[in-house]
Write a protein that binds this ligand. Structure first.
Ligand code: ATP
Ligand code: MG
Length: 387
């Protein structure tokens, strides 16, 4: 027996000329999500069909329903385009489902308008056949305990009982390439996920202060990237040490500016790295007003070091919404592991919340910015994270 999974996508179907480009990207991303399974994907009239061995059904649904651009996924029963076989299929589906409840509804969608019956007619005929065989079931059009979905396609019909929601959004790769500044915290993995959802291919950079930060915090970031790769595909993670930079800042600059200065160095390094890797924008987990470095004044002073576009997908979200999303995408449990971040080292007693640009420039004059940036990039380590 084999499994067939119907994959629906939404938004990309609406985008005129880009449509075939987006479909191709989604198709490739689906194929890459299925790597290692025996499943095969084909394109079919504004849908994808994935077929594979029955034993892989759950795995296929699980993987495909995480791919950006996918709106929903259903494991379907395929029948020829004839009323009798559709009826048999529907009865079989009810046989499997009726123990889940006592009322049902038949919902037909007819993409193939050449089929001789209309959707309401099919609903009535199939509904009557179900009632005849299972007289103890009731029809409930408003709140049934299970549904029988019938989709009349061009060559065949599909029957199923549920939609597994996908993440929606756009296929990764269609809008460009960006660099995610990934800390070990709750926010930046969510920001990365949201950027990928809008079609960006990501690479990630993580700044650490080994040996002040541990091997554990490194593993944490690698694990976070694995989670992101489940939805977004292969990912490069760049690990950059800022230990020297932090020491220099600590020794030479006013302590209340330490975090601002470190953040500015992070952005400089990110900018150079982006040029080398052909990345067009930066993505951060910044939100407004959570911490001293996220006041408008701080953000302005920090981001003014680079002309690069900085995307902040979390800006409109409350903390509890970010946490809820982190739980949904399975990054929360990893993010709350208690290992230190480089920014918690040498944390000033009283960080400046309204830094003045001239004071920052004055403080930075004590640093050899170019050499520090180059030295950090020279010792950078890059890991390729597979899905
Ligand atoms: P997060 O939960 O992502 O750590 P946060 O609420 O702790 O965010 P900040 O510490 O102000 O906020 O960091 C703001 C953003 O700066 C982070 O979301 C991340 O994009 C970037 N950032 C901070 N620390 C690092 C780091 N060690 N490596 C890479 N990026 C970092
Ligand atoms: Mg943080």
């Amino acid at each position: 027996m084999s499994a067939v999974i119907l994959v629906r996508y939404g938004e990309i179907a609406l985008k005129g000329k880009n449509r075939s480009y987006f479909e191709k990207a989604l198709f490739n991303n689906l194929k890459s999500a299925l790597r290692g399974l025996e499943a095969k994907a084909t394109r079919k009239h504004g849908r994808f069909l994935v077929s594979g061995p029955a034993a892989e059904k759950e795995k296929i649904v699980e993987r495909v329903s995480k791919v950006f651009g996918v709106v929903s996924v259903s494991s379907v029963q395929v029948t020829p385009l004839e009323l009798e076989t559709i009826k048999e299929g529907a009865l079989e589906l009810v046989e499997k489902q009726y123990r889940h409840g006592n009322s049902f509804k038949v919902e037909t969608r007819r993409s193939n308008k050449k089929f001789p019956l209309t959707s309401p007619e099919i609903n009535r005929i199939i509904g009557a056949a179900i009632l005849k065989k299972y007289p103890y079931l009731k029809v409930d059009l408003h709140d049934p305990t299970f549904r029988v979905f019938i989709e009349i396609g061009y060559q065949e019909a599909y029957l199923y009982h549920e939609h597994v929601p996908g993440p929606g959004g756009l296929p990764v790769g269609v809008t460009g390439r960006a660099l995610l500044l990934l800390s070990g915290g709750i926010d930046s993995p969510v920001a990365g996920w949201m950027a990928m959802k809008r079609g960006l291919t990501l690479e990630a950079v993580h700044y650490h202060s080994y040996p002040f930060t541990s091997q554990r915090s490194r593993e944490k970031v690698i694990d976070l990237c694995h989670r992101l790769a489940i939805s977004g595909g292969k990912l490069y993670l760049h690990l950059v040490s800022v230990t020297e930079i932090q020491k220099e800042i600590h020794n030479r600059c006013p302590s209340e500016l330490a975090i601002i200065l470190l953040r500015r160095m992070m952005l400089r390094i990110a900018e150079t790295l982006s040029h080398r890797r052909g990345l067009q924008a930066l993505v951060t987990g910044d939100s407004l007003g959570q911490v001293a470095s996220q006041t408008l004044e701080s953000m302005a002073v920090i981001s003014s070091v680079t002309p690069m576009l900085i995307l902040r997908p979390l800006l409109g979200m409350d903390k509890h919404e970010i946490v809820a999303r982190a739980e949904e995408i399975d990054t929360y449990e990893i993010s709350i592991r208690p290992y230190e971040d480089c920014c918690t080292l040498f944390v000033p007693q009283r960080p400046a919340t309204r830094p003045k640009m001239n004071k920052v420039a004055e403080a930075e004059a004590a640093l050899d910015i170019n050499n520090l940036t180059e030295a950090a990039l020279n010792t950078m380590e890059t890991i390729q994270i597979e899905r």
